[in-house]
Design a protein. Sequence first.
Length: 96
Amino acid sequence: MITHEIFVKSLDDDLPPEEVSPLLLSLWYDAKGNWKKSHAIISKINSKEAALIHAYLHRKEGDIWNADYWYRIAGENRKDISLKEEWVSLVRTLAH
């Protein structure tokens, strides 16, 4: 499993780490500025964690109604934190 530190360092690379999960891969592409690819990856996954990433992506896009829908699917409410804080929280949850 990839660590948080290794994952964050990989953002300096042109390609994601090979051992990264699809959930983290979505967050990797988001951090690299490729929202569409990130969204395409996460849209194919059906889990609470995927729903939270999906919610984050729509919040980042500015589509709050859609973001709130995905937060509800995940069984959570939208947090009052910055997008950067939310991204870090998601990565810390998924990378150990």
